[in-house]
Design a protein around this ligand. Structure first.
Ligand code: AMP
Ligand code: MG
Length: 491
């Protein structure tokens, strides 16, 4: 473990691309920045010791007051489709890429978010508010704890600087960490240019998808074959990610192509939500009035986005038909991952033909009774020992019992012991998720300068599948006031 930031091994592979890909510029740190919280798990991935996190240099880097030693600070340009409409050029409007750390956990880019205006800010102020920064900080860790691919966060810096949204809030800067922050939108941006698209493509494949270049059947892969394999791999990863989101009751909220990671990670946490009461058409983002990104629309939204990525790859040579052929298996990829996941969550042993009806009835039951997403699955695992705890989640326990009768017939053939099945189900069904009201409590405490609630949430969400004494309140149904939390794009 390194005690000083300047001992890190830092490289700048994205900043080595031609300068059309970004602007070199310094962040604009907020006034009087304070380090509210540091995530030691992520620090360990980078190889930073607790002592390193205590230094003034660490605060300076995370506040945007000093560059990462050895790093070259840039803001990158990308474009994208927002809510189904081509939005043209976007880019890092309030983010600064600091460099890429080679740590014991792998290679990670460090990026500040909320660190001031850039040439890509358009009408924005380049700032992020404390509320959305706490939510982003927690969400990456909650997803990582669930085993869902995600960007993560290293540090949360706060300031008293006012930021004007619907009301006056205060500023914060999150240091985000990811192997790469490249989005579908980076490819869309360069799709009209035959030179830069190839440079971006080679960069992404060389760094993150080298297997796409491997020879097959003794023949070196042609340039076109590499493009097709790359797209196929991104399709597979995206389908896998969507299955994981659906099975966690996670809604992203703004699945625009500029918020789709080329690595298949969850990226850009804004108006996201983990569902409490299950509604298949739940919309977590109040700004999304049409429900384009509702929970049950997410897999199709990702599919649509993959077609946008596919079109952006046409300039690299392959024809539309060959590219489409890489995207067509998306539904099958998604269903394979989804069936495997729901089989584990319901403790079915293995997916069988006739399970579709049982699973559809399950979703129908949860939806019609607005039952709690997380606890319904979790308590189903313990239904043999505590049937009432399960049935209590439903306003009409008779309907729940009727489904349970079908279910119990189905699992009779399971060769596992009931104890083993329960154990396996508990590994697939978290007890704790980052419910909106839990994030809200952490935000309110953070506003008073108290990071204790953030730490407690990180502690419990690190292993959300294991019951932890003292954390009963974190596994409880949401209080009535949580319905009043309104989450929008405003951040
Ligand atoms: P989002 O939907 O939040 O991922 O953001 C879409 C685009 O708007 C990206 O280019 C962001 O960098 C930019 N953006 C969002 N909020 C701000 C802000 N407060 N200041 C500058 N740019 C912003
Ligand atoms: Mg974004």
């Amino acid at each position: 473990m390194l005690d000083r930031l300047d001992e890190l091994t830092v490289c700048n592979s994205f900043a080595c691309l031609p300068d059309s890909f970004y602007t070199r510029l310094a962040p604009r740190p907020p006034g009087d920045p304070r380090l509210l919280h540091v995530n030691r798990d992520v620090a360990a991935l980078l190889g930073l010791s607790p002592a390193a996190l205590d230094t003034p240099e660490f605060l300076d880097v995370c506040a945007g007051r000093a560059p990462l030693p050895g790093g070259q600070t840039i803001a990158t340009v990308y474009s994208g489709h927002q809510f189904g409409v081509w939005a043209g050029q976007l880019g890092d409007g309030r983010a600064h890429l600091l460099g890429e750390v080679q740590g014991p956990g792998g290679s990670f880019e460090l990026q500040l978010k909320g660190s001031g205006r850039t040439p890509y800010s358009r009408m924005g102020d380049g700032k992020a508010v404390l509320r959305s920064s706490v939510r982003e900080y927690l969400a990456g860790e909650a997803m990582a704890g669930l085993g869902i691919p995600t960007t993560r966060a290293l540090a949360l810096v706060v300031s008293d600087d006012p930021v004007y949204r619907e009301t006056v809030e205060t500023a914060a800067v999150v240091t985000r960490v990811s192997p790469s922050f490249v989005r579908f939108g980076h490819f869309e941006h360069w799709a009209h240019s035959h030179t830069e698209e190839k440079i971006l493509f080679d960069y992404v494949v060389d760094h993150f998808y080298p297997e796409c270049r491997e020879a097959q059947g003794g023949e070196p892969a042609t340039d076109e074959a590499v493009v097709l394999r790359f797209l196929r791999t991104v399709v597979r990863r995206t389908a896998q990610l969507m299955a994981q989101w659906q099975l966690a009751g996670f809604c992203h909220g703004v699945m625009n192509t500029d918020n789709m990671s080329i690595l298949g990670l969850t990226i850009d946490y804004g108006p996201y939500g983990f569902m409490d009461a299950f509604q298949a058409n739940h919309i977590c983002n109040h700004t999304d009035t049409g429900g384009r990104y509702a929970w049950n629309a997410q897999p199709a939204a990702a599919n649509w986005n993959l077609y946008r990525l596919g079109s952006a790859l046409m300039v690299l040579g392959p024809d539309g038909e060959s590219l489409e052929a890489q995207i067509e298996p998306y539904e099958a990829d998604f269903l394979a991952a989804y069936h495997a996941g729901i089989t584990a969550k319901l403790g079915l042993g293995a997916w069988r033909e006739g399970d579709e009806a049982l699973v559809n009835d399950w979703w129908g039951l949860l939806h019609s009774q607005a039952a709690d997403f997380t606890l319904s699955f979790r308590r189903l695992g313990g239904v043999a020992e505590s049937p009432d705890a399960f049935l209590d989640l439903f306003s009409d326990p008779v309907a729940a019992q009727a489904w349970l009768d079908q279910y119990q017939t189905r699992i009779q053939g399971d060769t596992r012991s009931p104890a083993q099945r329960r154990h396996d189900m508990d590994r697939a069904n978290p007890l704790y998720v980052l419910r909106n009201h839990l994030a809200q409590q952490a935000i309110e405490a953070a506003g008073r300068g108290d990071a204790g609630e953030i730490q407690r949430l990180l502690d419990v969400l690190r292993d959300p599948y294991t019951e932890q004494p003292g954390y009963e309140a974190y596994a409880a149904l949401p209080p009535a006031w949580s319905q009043e939390i309104s989450v929008s794009c405003s951040s």
